[in-house]
Design a protein around this ligand. Sequence first.
Ligand SMILES: NC(=O)c1ccc[n+]([C@@H]2O[C@H](COP(=O)([O-])OP(=O)(O)OC[C@H]3O[C@@H](n4cnc5c(N)ncnc54)[C@H](O)[C@@H]3O)[C@@H](O)[C@H]2O)c1
Length: 452
Amino acid sequence: MSPADRYSSLVNSPIGGFIAANLGLPQPVELERFAADQPLIDGPVLIGSAPGGRIAEQVEITLGQAEVSVHRVASELAPNARFKGLVFDASGIKDSTQLRELWEFFSPVVRRLADCGRVVVLATPPEDCEEPRERTAQRALEGFTRALAKEARNGQTVQLIYVAEGAEPRIDSSLRFFCSPRSAYVSGQVVRIGSGPDFDAEEFNWEQPLAGKVALVTGASRGIGEAIARVLARDGAHVVGLDIPPLMADLERVTGEIGGSALACDITDSEAPDTICNHLKADHGGVDVVVHNAGVTKDKTLGGMDEPRWTVLMEINLSGEERINDELLARKLIRKNGRVICVSSISGIAGTAGQTNYSTSKAGVIGMVDSMAAAFAAKKVTINAVAPGFIETAMTAAIPIGMREAGRRMNSMRQGGLPVDVGETIAWYASPASGGLNGNVVRVCGQSLIGA
Ligand SMILES: NC(=O)c1ccc[n+]([C@@H]2O[C@H](COP(=O)([O-])OP(=O)(O)OC[C@H]3O[C@@H](n4cnc5c(N)ncnc54)[C@H](O)[C@@H]3O)[C@@H](O)[C@H]2O)c1
């Protein structure tokens, strides 16, 4: 919880909590977040399956390898014991009448989900289903998971993961992410896992997944970019932090603390793609992970918006990134099983008044992920995006107080996220184990009601 969120601190104190409960005020819980000495999932997980499901077996193997206590029947635990996770394989559902399986599995146990517990439903991508009835039923699962995510309390999260046929061995990184505290501020999301390189989960280094990798992070001197750089370095990467020349002292402080290196560059300069590529080639022979995080807001309603507010913003948030991607591709500098990860925004999904420029640029980032996924896949590289909601940074601290409190509370977690929550989500995409994720956009917004 951020120190800036005084309301949450107050209602988490004994007296404040008592008053808030009596007045019926929202009481955000302290979200559980990753800590190195904690187990992946701190409690038992119940696995269920609709008849004919093809993914549950892999779930059991994956969670077993992660030393999670897994159960196939609720009665294995004492009646009052709580589950830390509920995972349901819905891939066997072929017809809407079988959606009842969801109710049968979840209804008796959902109240036994622990605080900050995790729900994951695995299913077949509707677009892969040949039979209309099956396609309809698989699509219906989105409504179930999004609604259950809104019923969830006390930091619980709910996700839907569509797993293409044959992609079952690639669920590991996503299951580990969505079942663990790393996904603290992600809820109500739909993810697709498809084709990708095989990897050996047993041999994989889950503690240092990015060991030996080089990651470029733009806008790394502060805020979300700084958190991304720190999380990627924690996971073993050498981070090349990039920021504008006036912020070099801040950037060097961050990269110095994480054993990375600093690159002074304004991504809107016409020379920027060349500068970046030359640096990566000369110092590292290439790059494994590219995170396009640098971004700005320049708010005004459209009638009052001067031309630089539009043009400069679009250059930073979108066009500069496109040119860097093109140059990296043309010079073949992103290594095999590489990652490009973009930072969009829920404003790019919902549109925000006073932000026609920003919302356009951030929707464009999603367009860039869509339009470039095939070109990158041909080079064995994936491209995905995160869309943060209200994250406690200098950017959101500058929002007028009324709007700021609305943004902070109008989500299923009733609080703002932290920069580290975006960093963890990016680290999940960045992992060499996440090769089956391409073209995804995941919101890190606590299931914000704005832009739902
Ligand atoms: N804070 C939020 O709640 C929020 C929500 C949704 C999306 N985002 C996005 O997350 C990203 C990071 O946001 P933040 O809140 O940390 O903002 P921030 O202003 O704290 O950091 C942005 C960084 O980008 C750098 N940058 C700006 N222009 C640049 C340029 N031309 N060349 C190189 N670097 C440049 C800045 O110097 C700064 O270090 C942005 O893309 C933003 O749009 C933030």
